[in-house]
Design a binder for this molecule. Structure first.
Ligand SMILES: [Fe+2]
Ligand SMILES: [Fe+2]
Length: 136
């Protein structure tokens, strides 16, 4: 079973500063799942490194946008980012420890958790950015 084509249109939040990042993040998670399934350890290592770096970059950018729009749930949202980065580190450890089945199941869990985060917490960020831009 191939794990590609994971983008779900419901994840499009209509924010040009956030949506492109989310597309790339989900594409990296899906490519990682494919590499693990196809037993391509070298590719899996590269993808998990890329995913970790890109996710840290995206999350800190999103945290800046929250500060800028005085987002009320910024702190809780930041904790969710930390937990997601922790999940990515667990995947990295499984990839490096040559446990592709464990790494794959953690990667599929991560994709579910990321999708849920985008559809709920990230959606609220987009809404406060819109409200902050709206003229009184
Ligand atoms: Fe977020
Ligand atoms: Fe996000």
């Amino acid at each position: 079973m191939m794990e590609s084509h994971a983008w779900d249109e419901r994840l499009d939040l209509g924010d040009e500063a956030i949506d492109p990042d989310h597309h790339l993040q989900i594409a990296l998670v899906s490519a990682l799942a494919d590499a693990l399934e196809q037993r391509r350890p070298w590719m899996a290592r590269r993808l998990v490194d890329q995913l970790a770096g890109y996710s840290a970059f995206h999350f800190s950018g999103e945290e800046l946008l929250m500060d800028d729009s005085a987002h009320p749930q910024a702190e809780a949202h930041g904790r969710e980012h930390k937990a997601l980065l922790g999940q990515i580190e667990e995947i990295r450890a499984a990839v490096q420890g040559e446990e592709p089945d464990l790494a794959l199941s953690l990667t599929l869990d991560l994709r579910t958790a990321l999708g849920a985060h985008m559809a709920s917490s990230d959606r609220l960020v987009v809404e406060s950015r819109r409200a902050a831009r709206r003229p009184e």
